[in-house]
Write a protein that binds this ligand. Structure first.
Ligand code: SF4
Length: 56
């Protein structure tokens, strides 16, 4: 399984990735997305308005 990463400097905390892939992403205390689990992230990657999510 590819490792999912969020560029916290780029993230604007819109919550789209959390809505799309609950269980994979959550917003932390700073309102930035963080990876909390494994799963398919492709739809979230495609939907992030600032391109902050990547897989490697
Ligand atoms: S979709 Fe992108 S900008 Fe929005 S919360 Fe997720 S990582 Fe941050």
């Amino acid at each position: 399984m590819a490792k999912i990463k969020v560029d916290r400097d780029a993230c604007i905390g819109c919550g789209a990735c959390v809505a799309i892939a609950e269980g994979v992403f959550d917003l932390d205390d700073e309102g930035k997305a963080t990876v909390v689990g494994e799963g398919s992230a492709q739809e979230a990657i495609d939907s992030c308005p600032v391109g902050a999510i990547s897989e490697e």
